[in-house]
Design a protein around this ligand. Structure first.
Ligand code: AMP
Length: 289
């Protein structure tokens, strides 16, 4: 255990359990990989509003990186993160070493079915196994009433919900709105790797999604035309290397022909070595047509 400023940083499972035994309920959990920004802050604020105790975890989970270079260069600054989390409402911070999360002999993988297969699951083999496994451990260790995740990683929320339901984990999974820079780029720890030219081009993701949103609000229901519109917008940014453009069922993530049910438009785009994702929900039940 280390004490930095007024916030205690817990390292081991035992320290976490002991601290939790003495904290008021309900407990809200915000799992992060650090390099904290205002997207994480929004999750902490939500927990602070709704729960008596806010637990923030900071752990760059090696199992969810399908590219080892991405893991190695993932930005880290624990001292700054601890300060940030402390200032924005974290009561307890768990920043464990890898062997506290995966002790010697650890030999279990949590593998979610259909909803984990397309999109990010297809583009990043093994990624959601890593996510589902670490989040199952975190939910089980913390035993929070509620855990908060970002809608920016929409498929991740769906995978975690499925996992928590199937494993009878009693923590409610709440998705919080995506926080953006003023030019529309979704905040992400990976944005730090963008070159100035890439950073300038990156808001094209949201512009593409807003084009889909406008077409949808104007009555467009063909998923193929919607994908085409988004691809056309992305094509205006020469640095954007498009990985996928999807319009899928909002519950199953199966690609749609017609948007006749709640849907999700989502994108994955590489700028150089940096991979960005973003999404927009399209719900015929709430549109103005
Ligand atoms: P990460 O540290 O990137 O693993 O993210 C930790 C949590 O913060 C995840 O639930 C993310 O979905 C969420 N998050 C990341 N970026 C944003 C954002 N721009 N807006 C809202 N939530 C976010």
């Amino acid at each position: 255990m280390t004490v930095e400023g007024s916030t205690t940083v817990l390292r081991t499972r035992a320290e976490l359990r002991e601290a939790l035994a003495a904290t008021p309920r309900p407990v809200g959990l915000v799992p992060t990989m650090g390099w904290l920004h205002d997207g994480h802050r929004a999750l902490m604020q939500r927990a602070r509003q709704e729960d008596a105790t806010t637990v923030v975890t900071i752990f760059v989970n090696p199992r969810q990186f399908n590219e080892s270079a991405d893991y190695t260069r993932y930005p880290r600054n624990e001292a700054r993160d601890v300060d940030f989390a402390g200032q924005h409402g974290a009561d307890l911070i768990w920043a464990p070493p890898v062997e506290e999360v995966y002790p010697p002999g650890f030999d279990t993988t949590v593998s979610v079915g259909a909803v984990a297969q397309p999109l990010e699951g297809a583009a990043r083999p093994g990624h959601f196994d890593g996510v589902a496994t670490v989040v199952a451990i975190l939910l089980s260790l913390v035993g929070a009433e509620t855990a908060y995740f970002g809608q920016k990683d929409a498929q991740q929320v769906m995978v975690i919900r499925q996992m928590a339901r199937d494993l009878a984990i009693g923590t409610a999974v709440v998705a919080c709105p995506t926080v953006r820079e003023s030019d529309g780029l979704a905040l992400s720890s990976r944005n730090v790797h963008l070159s100035p030219a890439e950073r300038e081009a990156a808001p094209v993701l949201q512009r593409a999604l807003l084009a889909a949103r406008m077409a949808f609000d104007a009555g467009e229901r063909s998923a193929a035309s919607m994908r085409e519109r988004m691809a056309d917008v992305l094509a205006t940014a020469p640095l954007a290397d498009v990985e996928y453009v999807s319009v899928a069922d909002g519950l199953t993530l199966a690609e749609l022909d017609t948007i006749d049910r709640p849907a999700i438009a989502s994108l994955a785009v590489r700028f150089g070595t940096t991979r960005l994702i973003d999404n927009e929900l399209l719900d015929p039940g709430t549109s103005v047509d």
